[in-house]
Ligand binder design. Structure first.
Ligand code: 13P
Length: 248
């Protein structure tokens, strides 16, 4: 089958103020503009507070916008939460869900994540569902078991294949500068496709965790890797673009 269109996503996490965020987004958009036509997709997921301003700055550029997390409902008495429809209003096309910083930092269960995925997809967003083992689970040799369980439980029954991206993000590789060997990434990506069953060949599977301009080429040399989900290296326009270019 033809190669799946690659996708590079910048997850800014809780970094970026109005001015610095705008400058960063504009710098990335400029590089993307200069490289038109792009044969891969590029998405920025800034903190929710910057979504409106950055959305305005990205209008007409090839760079798309996403959110980092959302609620299961489109409106309601949920202090501090943001709904999928709200992100759609601001021009978002993507939504990261089930990130380990939500699973472990906020106690989100796979069951809750599945509900979020369903709601976000219903609102028209493409969901980037994150799964990954911890250092202890890796050490115990239970990576495949964990991946399968998390993936099965984090997807709603009526998952929309066209709106689904899976990101393999080993928890031990996030923010540590320690990325797995590309062949180990390939093993997990193949397993993710197996768990997905007949939709496995069409769903894009990304890798995330300490992706840098230095290791992106090696990781993206693998056909199994449909793109990358980048944290800290996405906070530098040149560095992020150097990674994005490897998606060609
Ligand atoms: P780092 O690239 O900073 O390791 O973060 C990865 C990540 O969590 C992306 O969602």
């Amino acid at each position: 089958m033809a190669r799946r269109r690659r996708l590079v996503v910048g997850n800014w996490k809780m970094y970026g103020r109005l001015t610095s965020g705008l400058v960063l987004a504009q710098d990335i958009a400029e590089q993307a503009e200069a490289a038109r036509p792009l044969n891969f997709d590029i998405v920025l997921c800034p903190p929710a507070t910057l979504t409106w301003a950055i959305g305005e700055a990205l209008l007409g550029t090839p760079v798309m916008l996403g959110g980092q997390d959302c609620h299961t409902a489109n409106h309601g008495a949920y202090t501090g939460d943001l709904s999928p429809a709200m992100f759609v209003d601001l021009g978002c096309r993507y939504m990261i869900l089930g990130h380990s910083e939500r699973r472990y930092g906020h106690g989100e269960t796979s069951e809750l994540i599945a509900k979020k995925v369903e709601a976000a997809q219903l609102a028209g967003l493409t969901t980037i569902v994150c799964v990954g083992e911890t250092a202890e689970e890796l050490k115990a040799g239970s990576t495949s078991e964990i991946i399968e369980k998390q993936l099965r439980e984090s997807l709603p029954k009526k998952v929309k294949t066209a709106n689904l991206v899976v990101a393999y993000e080993p928890v031990w590789a996030i923010g540590t500068g320690q990325a797995p060997e590309p062949e180990d990434v390939v093993t997990v990506h193949k397993q993710i496709r197996e768990v997905l069953g007949e939709i496995g060949e069409t769903v894009r599977v990304l890798y995330g965790g300490s992706v840098t301009p230095a290791n992106a080429e090696k990781i993206l040399a693998e056909e199994e890797v449909d793109g990358v989900l980048v944290g800290s290296a996405s906070l530098n326009a040149d560095g992020f673009w150097a990674i994005a270019e490897k998606c060609q």
